[in-house]
Design a protein around this ligand. Structure first.
Ligand SMILES: [Zn+2]
Length: 88
């Protein structure tokens, strides 16, 4: 009983949940990331940056341009590095 239940839960997670943001490609880390990913197909950071202000357009399929996105990913990568350097 408990084994089959466990398998069902694991299947459910792998089918419905991706562990990476569809937009920026960063791994989903927090509960908020997973929550936004489920609803908006992106991590919390992307949601706050792009989706929150345009929830309707987002649901209709609007996404930032590839060039905008590349710059955004680049700045996220560098700010992440800067942050972890400060922490060390
Ligand atoms: Zn993202």
């Amino acid at each position: 009983m408990s084994t089959s239940l466990k398998i069902r839960i694991i299947d459910d997670i792998t089918v419905k949940t991706s562990f990476f943001c569809n937009l920026c490609g960063f791994p989903l880390l927090t509960h908020k990331d997973f929550k936004q990913h489920k609803e908006y197909e992106c991590c919390n950071e992307c949601y706050l940056t792009y989706a929150e202000a345009r929830r309707k357009e987002w649901k209709d399929g609007w996404r930032p341009k590839q060039t905008v996105l590349e710059e955004y990913i680049y700045s996220r990568k560098s700010s992440k590095t800067a942050r972890s350097n400060n922490e060390l």
